[in-house]
Structures are given as C-alpha cells and as structure tokens.
Design a binder for this molecule. Sequence first.
Ligand SMILES: *Cc1c(COP(=O)(O)O)cnc(C)c1O
Length: 474
Amino acid sequence: MKYISTRGHAGHPSFCDILLGGLAPDGGLYLPESYPQVADRLAAWRELSYSELAFEILSLYITDIPAADLEAICDKTYTAQTYRWSRDAGKARDIVPLTSLEPDFHLLELSNGPTLAFKDMAMQLLGNLFEYVLDKRGETINILGATSGDTGSAAEYAMRGKHNVRVFMLSPEGKMSAFQRAQMYSLQDENIFNIAVRGMFDDAQDIVKAVSNDAEFKAKYKIGAVNSINWARVAAQIVYYFKGYFEATQSCAEEVVFCVPSGNFGNICAGHIARMMGLPIARLVLATNENDVLDEFFRTGIYRPRATTETYVTSSPSMDISKASNFERFIFDLVGRDPAIVRQLWRQVDAGGSFSLADGPFAARLPDYGFVSGCSSHADRLATIRDVWARYGLMIDTHTADGVKVAREHRVAGLPMIVLETAQAVKFAETIREALDREPVRPKELEGIEDLPQRVEVVDAALDQVKDIIVLHC
Ligand SMILES: *Cc1c(COP(=O)(O)O)cnc(C)c1O
C-alpha cells in the first residue's frame, strides 16, 4: 500500500515512511491510495479475537512490516491486561466490550486502557510501532506535544519505557483535574518529561508550534509529534468499528448505526473508512458539544472554523475544538479525491476563512456517505448522565453523554445503534458530582493516585525555557 497527500504531493511513501512524520510536505494529510474492499471477508472475520482482527485489517494498510512482526506487535498491544478497566471485569478479553442499554442500543467501551480514554486504543499501538521502526533504523525520536488532558496522558502511557523514544509533554499549570495531573505527573519513567507551563493551553501549544517551525532545532533534536492527524492512529481506530459491528449483529447481512462523540474528526474518520471498505454501516452519527463546527457542516454544507477566542470551554473538554484537524481527509473523498479542489478549499481555511459546499455538486453526494449530526449542551450532558444512571444504573462520562443524547435523536427503526464510549466518568468527576451528587466509580488500582509523588518541571510560557529542558535531557 502506498500513501497520497490530500493536496496532491506525489511522493508515494509507504506506511513506515509516514509513521514518524506529521503533515505531508505540501501541508496535506496522508491517506491510502485506495480503500481495500473486504465485504466478502466479513463472515470469516466475525470469529476473530481483537488482536487477530487488528492484524487482518492493519496488514492491508501496513505492507512494509513483515507479517510475522506485525502480528507480534498486534498481539503485544491488544491484551486483556492493558485494556483491563472494563465495567465488567469478565469482559476484558473482548478489549472493546459491548454494553447493551436496551435491545438495539449499545455502548462500545473504548476507554478501558491505561488512561481511561479511547485514545489508548490507537496510541498503545503507536508506541509499539515506533519502538519497532526506530530499533530497525537505529534512530531516536523526541516527541514534543501540548495537552489539556487526554492526548498527553495517552501518549505518555504508550511511550513510557520504550527504547529510543523520549516524550516532552507540555500542559497548562493548574488547569487539568487533580486526577489528570496525577495520571501524567506520577509517571517515574526516565524517558517521560512533564513540563507544566505557567499559562493556558494555547500558550503551551504556541511553544510547540514555535519549536516545530525552528527547522534547525527540530532536525538537530529529532523532534516529532503524535497528534491526531497521524495516519497510524486513524488506521488503528478502524479495527473497533468492525469489532463493534460483529458484537452487535448476528449476520453480515445486517446494517448498524454508529454514533461518535467528535472533536478533531479522527475517531469518526476511521468509521468513514470502515464504511468505505464495505462494513455495513447505514449511518454515521456525529455528535458535538457546544463547539458545533462539524454539526454545522453536516447540517448546512458550510465549514466555518472558529477563532480560538470563539471556542467554548465545556464539560466535555476533549471535544473543545475550533477546527477539526482530520476533516480534510473526508472532504478529499467527498470531492472525488481531487487534490486541486482540496488545495483551493484549504487556501481559504488556512487564511482564516471558511468554505461552502452547499450549492455545488458535492452537496448532492453528501448523503451517500451516511453522515448525520447533532449537538449537545452542558444541560443535555447533565440530563443524559442522570437518565442513564437512573434507568440503567450505568455511569457515563460527559463525552459519551453527548453521544447518547445525539444518538437518541437519530435512531433508525430495526437497526442496532452503537454509541462509542470515549472515556470513563472518573476523568470528569466534577460534572459527575454535579449531575449525580456522588463520586464517580474508579478502578481499584487507581485509588489514591493523587497522593503519589509527582515528577514535573514548572516553567514560564517561554520558548527558551522549554528548549533548555530538551537540550539538557538529550
Ligand atoms: C479525543 C476525544 C474525543 C474526540 O475525538 P476526535 O477523534 O478528536 O474526534 C472524544 N472524547 C474523548 C474522551 C476524547 O479524548
């Protein structure tokens, strides 16, 4: 399999060539040259374990790692030990257990990994892929990122203890929950460096951008990233759409609907690709919070990224985005994979503008891709968390609540609805207390992590101070 850029750059790299990088040289995002068609293999795949299924699917996209090695990487990644925080400990072997609220209304638990959010599903694979490829090449990488919570902790737990990888993770001092801080800062691994920046998330993000724009420093210190545009993360996420489909159906003649709490469009982009490969997905329901950039597009055909000052801080913070960094991948498919059109649309976006597909030929094609959407507010989240607790005795997190709220508005009679559960309630305890007036359940092993010794350096929001830390530790 070769890869192409959404903006047309014609390098035709293979998987390992793009694994450690970010954007394509022309500023586009990588996608496979074509989507392998697998409808006639579904029946055979139904009986596979998660790691076997991951191997089957990933080997279609990763053709430059020997099959036996890729199989070993999948086996090592998707274990019941790593994804052990299931509601029902007996189901940990499923890796992504399905919990039924009602007949034909299910949660697919994607948040049973080490940091209790779905980002572990892909990031754990990335950790093992990075280690494998860097070992083969005798190279090292220094991952630099900024986080307001879920991404940074998932990256650290995926990369801890890995050879040839260091992680420098910036976070805004005092802005994350005590639990999130404890998750990250209690790591004692020598290759993990937590840097708390006196400032806001955007200040931390600006420092990361400034380092990335310093080509000389970047090359000398082998700076890399693991952000959500990384193709390997999207590829890893395709697997659980298949697994969820098999869990919710009896035969491969049936169709299902998925509902996905969305921010950067990474998770649901994997669902789109699963559908393009031939998985019988009737609809993809996209749920947003108050930051409704994507809901607006699917309702009106207008994509209007917001200014960061127009971005709301909400109680489902991992969906607080001003623009959706993976959205360009879907638009590339929608416009018939014509990079000239994508270049033209993103010339407008990159200049701070918007675009409309409402009146052109593409609006008519949109329904072929199965998307519908809706949004949710803080009041909706509270009401949904209360309702799911009262009705089914299940505690759900704020992002999953956005999904359940919107899913209820888009059920299709006779078809199973599968809501992706993207985090566990304990990560967002404040809102759980507000909704239910009780403490969220937390896995036994994580009791008291707030009291463990923490390892973090505090710096001003100054580029030089962050660079000094990197130089010191390399
Ligand atoms: C990252 C995240 C999301 C949004 O996923 P995207 O791939 O950015 O659309 C939703 N919920 C949780 C808990 C997350 O961490």
